[in-house]
Design a protein. Sequence first.
Length: 232
Amino acid sequence: MAQSMVVRSVGPSAAQFPAGKKLPANTKVVLKASDKVTVLDKAGTRVLSGPGTFTLDGTVKRDQTQSTQIASLLATGGPATRSRTGAVRGAPAKVAAPATPRSPNLWFIDASQSGKFCVAEPARLMFWRAKVDQDVQLKLAGTGASATIDWKKGSGNRLWPMAELPVAPGSYTLTGPDGVARKIDLVVLPSVPAEVDELAGTLIENGCENQLGLLVETMAAADQASGTSGDR
């Protein structure tokens, strides 16, 4: 069984369960009142609320629909056709659309966000936007170079302008029609972990909080749809 990874923790025991802490399979977690620890493994997300003692057994209960959704999120080369998250046979279930649209892929840069971004494949780096109801022009600027990103109505994705501004670790600014310059710090990963707990750890170590949040939220939504989410 795969280990679990702590991704969030609050409460009196938070210091014992910092983000990034690895918990081997079948670990018993003892929490006090007001503790809340979110862990992630290939079985999904689990929110442990104290007081109480919890065992992380890593049992996979996700059906093919949720597994395919998560595999697509993690795919570095576009929509996935195979799951790496331990799919089991079962009747398809609908996953409710989130109130705020989320990027369909962990490796797409959300043009509305700033912060650190972990890059899996520089040659396929893509921007994503939630609203596609109008044409939009953005300016991307790096050290000594800049490029324009033209988004046509109905288009949600645009490739990073490699010719004008090659992908490299460092800081960039993305400025839209609102005049707000969003700072993006790229971290190019030497490799991408195959297991979700290790992937979460990599995102935590590199400070890629937006991607970590997307990973946790997408897995939690899939767990909710399959009836396996919530406090344990």
